[in-house]
Design a protein around this ligand. Sequence first.
Ligand code: AMP
Length: 384
Amino acid sequence: MKVLVINCGSSSLKYQVLEMETEELLCKGLVERIGIEGSVIKHEKIGMDKWVLETPMKDHKDAIGHVLNALVDPEHGVAKSMEEIGAVGHRVVHAGEKYASSVLITDDVIKALEECIDLAPLHNPANLQGIAACRALMPNTPMVGVFDTAFHQTMPAESYLYALPYEYYTKYGVRRYGFHGTSHRYVSMRAAEMLGKKPEELKIITCHLGNGASLAAVKNGKVFDTSMGFTPVAGLVMGTRCGDIDPAILGFIAAKEGKDFAGMDKVINKESGVYGLSGVSSDFRDVENAANEGNEKAEVALKVYAHRVKSYIGAYMAEMNGCDAIVFTAGLGENGITMRKAICEGLENLGIELCDERNNVRGKDTVISKDSSKVKILPIPTNE
Ligand code: AMP
């Protein structure tokens, strides 16, 4: 069966078609500037050159209509007719406490996801638009929702509750949810496979280090804790997000700089992280280059970044009473040789020993710890 997978943003969408029996990727693509001037679809049938088509698309339904046309195009398509697409998978950011795994999309599921709009105002509306467009264009094709929050739903109360008045949790759902769940799930399972063990036998710390970044403590195949929180701004230092800070700083800076809450929200989400600290860029390659050229702020930004990851690794080893494997994934985790070294340095007493030679690798799933390392270290390309 061929499955279409869609990840809908507010003005863009990514898609792939997979042949499920073999898990072979048949095509992938990106639609950009939906609803604004210059709409474009970039479609790539595997093994062929990219096909770029600029054409107006007023909304997500238009965009998905173009995607479906591309899928059955005689030259660039991967199906003779739409009937060959047996199911559609939709990535949805937030399912609140409602779903702990993927579900078949029904009217009730859509209602539940609409109720989560408050929790993910930037993402869920776009995800829902994608679902609505597909239901209109392919009314008889089953659709499945895959949620970023789902894998983290196994966290115990001591991990997900904030020490705020309890009624904020019951009345408004204020708790730790965690994100990047599909990535943490995939790489933790792949690590178990690579180590020849069952996920239930392992304690794994998965480090998803991309532009957004989070760690998860995965104990016996279930998330025990994760670093992102009520929103994705919590936890690690990121490209432009600050991660954990003293919450009192918000009011202090707001008063000093004459900012309102929306202004402060912008500061912590868009103006902080390695970008805010270094003043150079949110892209780690730029920050690393600047640091290598002697830029002290860039150097310190990378040190703060590595320090935060280290402190979470230590915390999660304590929470799980040990750890069998640490996985690095996403852009920086898969490719950041220097950053992986900076993170692992000085953790030898915890049984974490990186092999410099094996660490000299990018975008490949392999083991990069020394044979003597009690904790195995594995970069694994994610497959969200
Ligand atoms: P992602 O969000 O997973 O696409 O990751 C994006 C981040 O990965 C960007 O900040 C990139 O700078 C970083 N990245 C990608 N390739 C490399 C590399 N070769 N070395 C260091 N960082 C990289």
